[in-house]
Design a protein around this ligand. Structure first.
Ligand SMILES: N[C@@H](CCC(=O)N[C@@H](CS)C(=O)NCC(=O)O)C(=O)O
Length: 236
């Protein structure tokens, strides 16, 4: 049995973190037996969620979790891919996890409109983690300042709000243009990249952060159909 350490669900999504949602979607894609536990990232081995416990081992990072479980699988999800398809998969993953993630982080933690929406969810996470009520308002600004600094140091936070939104819209457009009419990112059957793509796109589509990026996802009918398809297949 795998124990998945993650955050909390919100807005009809299984997790507020796209990385936790990616890991859990992967577990569902493979039919793995797992239990999910709400965990404090400050106590995680790498200071981030998700991480798993499995047969006495602790594995951190959604990609390393997947790598670990795939190496033990008799039917690895990407075993049929060509080198060219693997290269595409790596490029799409980097675009979503290393670029788009920071747009998401900015929209939730830095943008004042987003923070107004996200703040109550962070309070809820604090409560779910057993943080004593009086400490939550003290912790919130510290975590927000840390996230603001992270987004700034990575580079995204140095752009203007319009520029950041443009980066986000361009990622959504690129993903939609790549998908075309395919049911999944690499063709007719799901692969590892679909765990990432679904988590990161559905987080905008069904999340409450209004504006240009969510509009672009909603207007790209192939992405909407894609999220509906992944949800029906793995989360119904
Ligand atoms: N590369 C990591 C990224 C995980 C990550 O950034 N998790 C965030 C939530 S989306 C986190 O735990 N943040 C807590 C923190 O930075 O203190 C993965 O793929 O798992």
């Amino acid at each position: 049995m795998i124990t998945l350490h993650k955050f909390i669900p919100a807005w009809g999504l299984p997790d507020i973190s796209p990385f936790c949602m990616k890991a859990e979607t992967y577990l569902r894609m493979t039919g793995a037996e797992y239990k999910a536990v709400v965990s404090d990232s400050r106590k995680a081995p790498k200071g981030k969620c998700p991480y798993i416990e499995h047969e006495g081992q602790v594995i951190s990072d959604s990609s390393m979790i997947i790598e670990y479980l795939e190496s033990r699988s008799s039917h690895p999800l990407d075993s049929d891919l060509t080198a060219h398809e693997r290269a595409i998969s790596a490029a799409l993953k980097a675009m979503l996890e290393e670029q788009f993630y920071f747009v998401i982080a900015w929209a939730r933690w830095v943008d004042p409109a987003g923070w107004n929406i996200y703040r109550p969810v962070i309070k809820e996470l604090g409560a779910a983690l057993g943080v004593p009520k009086p400490f939550i308002p003290l912790l919130e600004p510290l975590i927000r300042a840390q996230m603001r600094r992270t987004v700034y140091l990575q580079g995204t936070g140095r752009h203007s709000p319009d520029e950041i939104r443009r980066i986000g819209v361009n990622v959504v457009t690129a993903l939609s243009d790549w998908l075309e009419d395919k049911p999944y990112m690499l063709g007719t059957r799901p692969h590892l990249i679909d765990a990432t793509a679904y988590a990161f796109i559905a987080s905008w589509l069904w999340g409450p952060f209004e504006g240009a990026i969510k509009d672009q996802v909603s207007q790209r009918a192939n992405l909407v159909r894609y999220c509906d398809r992944m949800k029906a297949q793995y989360w119904a």
